[in-house]
Design a protein around this ligand. Structure first.
Ligand code: GDP
Ligand code: GDP
Length: 454
């Protein structure tokens, strides 16, 4: 018993090692045109993110790695909605709600030349209820004469308005100093789950429909502003809210920026895929259902499995599915996907949006499996029964005995089994199969390793 407890402790420590502490998240919130993106650029110290003067140009919600006074944090720019849509009020509120949910602290930007509007007041209400620390940024104070306008914003009840000119950089240092004071060192939202919204990699070979699906999931056919001089941003990750649940879609730059034609594109696409998978918790691998499965498809799936990520396989372009192709597809699934029978498969159409709701459900299932921990007691009860009913085959007159097992980590679940001798690969697979039958683990790879003890 003591031995077991010791092992558990040992392994748990290994599982949640240092260096993985999630960075605190600072979100920039406010009405359209108050200067959020300008401020974000100013904070990041670069000018590549565009500020559109044209109403109606949509921007993507993105997060950036930020740094101030030696502190690292994740900066979230929530300026992404269309400026002239109807119901802007509720849109702003929704945006703010999401930002608040995922943030450790919020910079609330108000245009001091306009003053507080009713929309601003609604957001303030929301921010106040959240209990999250809020820093009030009175933007567009380009010179001393604007300070008086800023002072009016005391009335919002959010404390001191920090006069800032995001455009010229005036006051942004003080603003950030104030933000750093309230921002925790380590993200405090990630206790139950990892840092905020789940991270999803949308991967698959070119033209399977990644970009189409991303747009569909984001709920709008957004303008993909690409390659036009001066309008390129580098949206590394995009926050997409699906049915009220925010997800980070990681590394979407490669999806949005269409680089298929360039030389060596294949190689870079593969690297990008790898990077996206590494960054994500779950990989949604898109496959073109209307085409024969290719080696490239299975390679992407292997990449996800090898990286130990949760997995969902989405058969896209189902609207193009020809009944004649069905039997071939079935055979491909049997042949090419035999190693990943545990992964949920969803038939979708990025074009029509058909079954995208199932896709998100599958995604949640896979992530849940990925996070699952089987208590040591239950695991050993399971192993005891399994061994009693199906002992390891005799080898050279000897029979390795399973002493006990423990789940060393989650994300993905890793099991260590202590035995008196080496367990054959077939028997390990048998254990995995039974583990899955008993505990689920749909959509997650699981690892089993064996330690031999004399
Ligand atoms: P967002 O919609 O909140 O992200 O706002 P933007 O960052 O796109 O800015 C909207 C407009 O306000 C742009 O024309 C910016 O140039 C302008 N702007 C932003 N910050 C300032 C500022 O500090 N002073 C002035 N005068 N204009 C600003
Ligand atoms: P990506 O290279 O993976 O980002 O693929 P795209 O999203 O650019 O899609 C490639 C092509 O397939 C485009 O012409 C899309 O319109 C088309 N496409 C994407 N999804 C579907 C779908 O579900 N059904 C049909 N019929 N066409 C699709």
């Amino acid at each position: 018993e003591a031995d077991r407890a010791l092992l558990d402790a040992e392994w748990d420590e290994e599982a949640g090692g240092p260096g993985e502490a999630p960075l605190p998240v600072l979100a920039v919130v406010g009405r359209p045109n108050v200067g959020k993106s300008t401020l974000v650029n100013r904070i990041l110290g670069r000018r590549e993110a565009v500020v559109e003067d044209t109403p109606g140009v949509t921007r993507d919600r993105v997060s950036y790695p930020g740094e101030w006074a030696g502190r690292e944090f994740t900066l979230v720019d929530t300026g992404g909605w269309e400026v002239d849509v109807a119901g802007i009020e509720s849109k702003v509120a929704e945006q703010a709600e999401v930002a608040v949910e995922l943030a450790d602290a919020v910079i609330f930007v108000v245009d001091s030349t306009v003053g507080a509007t009713s929309t601003d007041e609604r957001v303030v209400e929301l921010l106040r209820r959240s209990g999250k620390p809020v820093i009030l940024c009175a933007n567009k104070v380009d010179g001393p004469s604007g300070e008086a306008d800023a002072a009016y914003l005391w009335a919002l009840g959010l404390g001191e308005p920090h006069p800032v000119s995001a455009l010229h950089g005036r006051g942004t240092g003080d603003l950030l100093d104030a933000a750093m004071k309230v921002l925790p060192q380590v993200s405090e939202r990630g206790e139950l789950r990892p840092a905020g919204p789940r991270r999803v990699a949308l991967v698959g070979r070119p033209n399977v429909g990644k970009s189409s699906l991303l747009n569909k999931l984001a709920g709008s056919e957004r303008v993909v502003v690409d390659e036009t001089a001066g309008t390129t941003r580098d949206p590394v990750d995009e926050l997409v809210v699906i049915k009220g649940v925010p997800y980070w879609f990681v590394d979407t730059a490669g999806i949005r920026r269409r680089v298929h034609q360039t030389r060596g594109a294949d190689f870079y696409a593969s690297l990008r895929t790898q990077a996206a998978i590494e960054k994500a918790e779950v990989a949604v691998v898109l496959v073109d259902a209307s085409q024969p499965m290719t080696e490239q498809d299975t390679r992407v799936i292997s990449q996800a499995v090898d990286a130990g990520r949760a997995l969902v396989i989405a058969y896209n372009k189902w609207d193009l599915m020809d009944e004649d192709r069905r039997p071939y597809l079935e055979r491909e699934i049997e042949k090419d996907l035999v190693q990943v029978q545990w992964a949920p498969r969803v038939n979708v159409s990025a074009r029509t949006g058909w079954h995208t709701d199932r896709l998100t459900r599958a995604l949640e299932t896979s992530l849940e499996s990925w996070d699952t921990r089987i208590p040591t007691g239950r695991l050993n009860a399971f192993l005891g029964e399994l061994v009693a009913a199906h002992p390891h085959p005799l080898r050279g007159g000897k029979q390795p005995r399973i002493l006990f097992g423990t789940q060393a980590s989650t994300r993905p679940p890793r099991f260590v089994i202590f035995a008196t001798g080496f367990l054959e690969a077939g028997y390990r697979r048998f254990i995995e199969r039974r583990l899955r039958e008993t505990f689920g683990f749909e959509g997650s790879p699981i690892e089993i390793s064996v330690r031999v003890r004399e």
